[in-house]
Structure formats: C-alpha cells, structure tokens
Design a protein around this ligand. Sequence first.
Ligand code: TYM
Length: 337
Amino acid sequence: TLRVLTGITTTGTPHLGNYVGAIRPAIAASRLPASDCFFFLADYHALIKCDDPARIERSRLEIAATWLAAGLDAERVTFYRQSDVPEVTELNWLLTCVTAKGQMNRAHAYKASADANEAAGEETDAGISMGLFCYPILMAADILLFNAHKVPVGRDQIQHIEMARDVAQRFNHLFGQGRELFVLPEAVIEEHVATLPGLDGRKMSKSYDNTIPLFEGGARGLKDAIARIVTDSRLPGEPKDPEGNALVAIYEAFGSPEETAAFRADLLAGLGWGEAKQRLFERVERDIAPMRAHYAELMAHPERIEEALQIGARKARVQASQLLATLREAVGLRSLR
Ligand code: TYM
C-alpha cells in the first residue's frame, strides 16, 4: 500500500489554492484502492503564526468541514487534528537533535523573514520565534511519524519535504543499524496548479491577503472575489494575452484542457474581462456548488466533525505509538527487551 499524508495549517479560511494544491489531489489519491491516507489539521503549526485562539478554533472547524465536504471518507482515511497526537511533538524533539542549525538557516519561511528584517535595517532575527525557525522539523515529524511515501502539496512546500527526506536519511544512518526506520517521503505536485495565483497575481496566500475563499461568502462571495482579480486595461474587442494571467491560471486549475484552450482562444479573440470573469465564476462554481451545501451542514454540526476527529486521533495514535516505541529504543531511551 501507498501511504499518502498531507496537512493544512489552521490559521485562516480555506481558499482555492489549498483546494487545488492539496485537498483535491489528496481526496483523489484516497479513492485509489491501494492507498492508506493520513490527512490532518496542522494546529501546532498554526501557533507559529497566530496567537488568537478563537481564530485557530474557527479555522480548524472550517478546514475540517472543507475536507469532509470535499469528499473525505473518514472511515477510509485517518483524519485527525495534529495536536491530538502528542507523539508528533515527541518525534519533533528526536528530529531536532539530529538537524543541523545551518540547514534551518536556509529554510524559505525563516529566510524570508530574516531578509525582510535586514532590508528594513533591523536586527536579522527580530521578531522571529524558535517556532518559525524550527517549522520544517515539526513538519518532518508529521510526515515521518506515519512513514508517508507521498505528500500531495503545492510548490511552496517542496523545500520542507526535501528537508524531511534529509532528516529521515540522517536518522536512518545514525540509528537504523541497517534498518530503514523512516521511509523517505516524496512531494506529489500537479504541475498546472502547483502555484495558483491570487487576486493580485502573486501566489494565492493567506499572508498576502489575496485569496479567493472556497466556501466562505457563498456563491455571491465567490463571484465578488473573482470580480476583484486584477486585469489590464484592455477593452472588450481588444486581444488579451492569456500568458501569465491570473484569471487564465485559475480557469486552467478547474477547466478541462479543451475548456481552457477555448477560454484562451476567446481571450485572444477579444473576450472582455467582465465576460471572462463571469465564465471563470461559472466554471469554478460548477465544481464547488455541489460541496457547498454539505459544508454548511457540517458547519452547523461541529459535534459531528469533533466525533470524526476523535476517531481519527485514536487510529493515528495506534500507529504513532508503535513507531515511537521503536525509535525510543533505537536512540537509547528505552529498551524493549
Ligand atoms: P498551508 O496551510 O500554507 O497550505 C496547505 C496546502 O495548500 C497548498 N497551497 C497552494 N497550492 C497551490 N497554490 C497555492 N497558491 C497554494 N497555497 C497553498 C500548500 O502547498 C499546502 O499543500 N506547512 C504546511 C502544512 C503542513 C503540512 C505538513 C503539509 C504541516 N505539516 C505535512 C504536508 C505534510 C502549510 O503551512 O500549508
């Protein structure tokens, strides 16, 4: 069997980028007969960026409801909240002890903050927590704890998964005595949706405030958000360049190759931006609408979500505690003999 694992940080409302980059391919993988899937809510990760408990709680509910509305079958998939599996933090420590600080210095999330500080003439590490600095180690713990083979993610997570491979390799080498204690995970990335652009053309991201929410605001909200996608000032009748255009990239993430080819051809032939936005809305809505009612129903019944998560946590901990027993022994903490 192929173990597939992915998580979403619980700091905001799920957006189209999360859906096409992670949720949609993960759900598709979970329907393959030979897959064993672990999908989780990364709420320990949320604490790195957010000190508002109510927001984390709200986001966790929205992300969980989104997974279920998108078709996650909680019987087949191990679906859990990261913080319900304390083995994650224990493994985090074991991995922290074999991770070079220099490697963490090169992690994108940390470097972006450090570079921004330097550009602003501040001290390099001003305002940077140890949580942010060690973020990739916690993520490696998530992945390695379940010996995941495949990790469906957007392009922004590639470096983290490479770091997880590195630390797994080092750990195997140091403590495996010829055994593979950890599987080396691989990122699974769908090229055409690897980095979905947001309203302003940059990567769609909670931190850029340029997202198109998946369900929040309903069909009206989706339509209004699409209307705010930045376009150039070409008028209806003038040919539009589909290359590098956010509208086209988002269309492509939902449309079939034929639909996308027709959309591009119409833009080149002078389709107006207003009309193009209407067509994008209709295409996205076709996929999203059937899930929206289910989402609303789940949001109205948080106890059903909680129940699914509790069952998931129990399943996850059975696996996690077995691996940890082996790891504790391998590093010399406990002997099972
Ligand atoms: P997060 O919460 O930022 O994003 C969740 C998933 O959505 C993908 N994504 C995108 N894909 C395409 N285009 C976009 N614009 C876009 N924006 C977001 C992300 O690549 C990601 O797959 N560190 C992770 C959460 C995490 C995790 C893990 C993931 C924690 N542990 C273990 C996989 C395995 C994060 O913050 O993703």
